[in-house]
Design a protein around this ligand. Structure first.
Ligand SMILES: [Zn+2]
Ligand SMILES: [Zn+2]
Length: 266
């Protein structure tokens, strides 16, 4: 019997996926940008982390880099699709295969694994040479806006998405878990680059909520790149002693509308 391999229209799949990823970025990051930086800028000004507004040039550069990121992300999503069609991935279609409990567990697992993956990949990219070649593009935004959420060098985009092929090759994942993960990471990515602190006073010192990272946390990273490498949780930065020493203080200053901001290290 002849073995039939699936025929996959790779280029059209890639092109449609790239358009989808970029459109999703424009609608979500762009929508949040319009709310916070255009329509309600005055009303929400008291929540702004750095008082000055980012330049238009910076925002357009962020959008341009994000377009390249969409192309890379879509290329890797195409690769995942090809691997799936050839039966190499552990994705499954029926929730009953592993049960609802496993589905919920796998969602939490993806978030925890990504948090660790991101911290260490991010620290690696801050290594002097790698920073100059790859990560510098993202750090061109000293005063980031949501439009910086996908503003990466193409190699960084490749590394950022790199956890997805690894996951689908190793861990059984349902499309719902992937959908949850895609939205969770997008929401936190936009939040980290929002430039506005939405969480309430005392959040950072809170016994439970203090483990969640905030906009101020990542904003400080864009100001002083040698601290605050973490993504979702304040776990790895605490563990490795890389939390910004004035993180809680800065958060409180922002909350009390202080104009006293940290300045980038020399
Ligand atoms: Zn960033
Ligand atoms: Zn960085």
């Amino acid at each position: 019997m002849q073995h039939i391999l699936p025929e996959i229209p790779i280029l059209p799949f890639w092109a449609i996926a790239a358009l989808f990823v970029f459109a999703r970025y424009l609608v979500t990051a762009g929508g949040i940008y319009l709310i916070f930086y255009v329509w309600m800028q005055r009303k929400l000004g008291h929540l702004k982390i750095k008082p000055e507004a980012p330049g238009r040039r910076q925002v357009f550069a962020e959008m341009r880099h994000s377009f390249y990121t969409a192309v890379i992300f879509a290329g890797m999503a195409t690769l995942v699709h090809v691997l799936k069609e050839f039966g190499y991935t552990r994705q499954y279609a029926e929730i009953e295969t592993y049960g609802l409990g496993y589905l919920l567990f796998s969602m939490a697992l993806l978030v925890v694994l990504h948090d660790a993956y991101f911290y260490w990949m991010h620290r690696l990219m801050h290594h002097l040479r790698l920073f100059r070649v790859i990560h510098k593009v993202h750090h061109q935004s000293f005063n980031p806006t949501p439009m910086a959420s996908f503003s990466f060098h193409p190699l960084e985009a490749f590394l950022e998405f790199g956890i997805v092929p690894l996951i689908v090759l190793i861990i059984p994942v349902h499309p719902l878990a992937m959908l949850f993960f895609a939205n969770w990471s997008m929401v936190f990515n936009i939040l980290g680059h929002l430039g506005y602190e939405l969480f309430p006073r005392g959040f950072v010192q809170h016994r439970f909520w203090g483990w969640m990272n905030t906009s101020t946390h990542h904003n400080l990273h864009h100001q002083q790149g040698n601290y605050n490498f973490g993504l979702y949780f304040n776990f790895w930065d605490r563990m490795m002693g890389t939390n910004h020493p004035q993180y809680a203080e800065t958060f409180d200053q922002v909350k009390s509308h202080s104009q006293n901001y940290m300045h980038p290290a020399a």
